[in-house]
Ligand binder design. Structure first.
Ligand code: HEC
Ligand code: HEC
Length: 215
């Protein structure tokens, strides 16, 4: 009887426990740990990142993200998510597996201290993007981007990244990955639910909009 019961429990849908999107939970201890990262050590470790993310954390390759000026807590979470396999990418999984929690905090604090990209391009008219950022879309249940990412794309503690100045192709890739579920390390599925509702054209315009924005 006991065996039958445990078999039933094993196959009952209620027993399927959803995998958490991330192992990082922002407790006061975790926040403190990142805040106390050693920027000097981070700077030394960052020499191995420069080839891809740019000498000053500003990438020169369109599909590689810039890291300069990003919130330390966000960068830390991404590095741990790559290390834990919660966010998948061939290059970054192997990079992050080689980093300790302390290394990740040191790097995160160093990149936060660098000035973000100042992309000098002519402001295009990006009507769809402007509406989505400021007003969202009530019919499709898309909240305005600014309510989380800030009016200047500056991000918001602890886990909402800055978007201002981000590389266009990376931005498109990552939103598309949330949309298909290939990227699923967003706690509460916040970005998956939103990007499911965005068209290809919306995503393209949003990427251009944030690329030319300054914090
Ligand atoms: C061989 C190239 C390469 C190297 C070296 C590399 N990265 Fe990356 N990194 C990438 C690519 C490509 C992505 C985008 C991956 C994706 O789409 O998930 C990325 C993504 C990231 C992200 C996520 C950014 C975001 O906005 O979510 C962080 C954080 C990061 N890298 C940090 C680092 C750090 C720190 C180092 C050095 C210890 C490093 N990377 C070394 C190529 C590289
Ligand atoms: C409810 C809050 C919320 C709203 C509204 C929101 N976001 Fe996000 N966004 C987040 C969070 C949280 C993350 C980080 C999730 C993670 O850890 O992967 C994120 C991540 C992102 C990223 C990935 C950044 C990177 O460096 O990889 C992009 C791009 C993005 N959001 C764009 C948008 C756009 C465009 C909109 C409006 C259409 C929007 N977001 C609306 C909360 C929000």
């Amino acid at each position: 009887m006991k065996r039958i019961l445990s078999l039933i429990m094993l196959f009952s849908p209620a027993m399927v426990i959803a995998e958490p999107a991330s192992n990082i939970a922002w407790t006061p201890d975790a926040l403190n740990f990142v805040k106390q990262g050693n920027s000097e050590k981070g700077k030394q470790l960052a020499s191995s990142c420069m080839g891809c993310h740019g000498e000053k954390g500003i990438s020169s390759m369109d599909n590689f993200p810039s890291l300069a000026g990003q919130l330390a807590t966000y960068t830390y979470k991404q590095l741990r998510d790559y290390a834990d396999g919660k966010r998948m990418h061939v290059l970054m999984n192997s990079v992050a597996e080689g980093l300790s929690e302390q290394d990740s905090a040191d790097l995160a604090v160093w990149f936060e201290s660098l000035p973000e990209a100042q992309n000098k391009v002519k402001m295009q008219k990006l009507e769809k993007a402007e509406i989505l950022v400021a007003k969202g879309n009530g019919k499709k249940i898309i909240p305005p981007c600014f309510t989380c990412h800030g009016g200047n794309g500056q991000g918001e503690k602890q886990d909402i990244p800055a978007l201002a100045g981000q590389q266009i192709e990376y931005f498109v890739n990552t939103l598309t990955e949330y949309k298909t579920g290939a990227r699923h390390n967003d706690v509460y599925s916040r970005m998956r639910l939103i990007s499911e509702q965005l068209s290809e054209e919306d995503i393209k315009q949003l990427a251009q909009y944030y690329y030319q924005l300054r914090k």
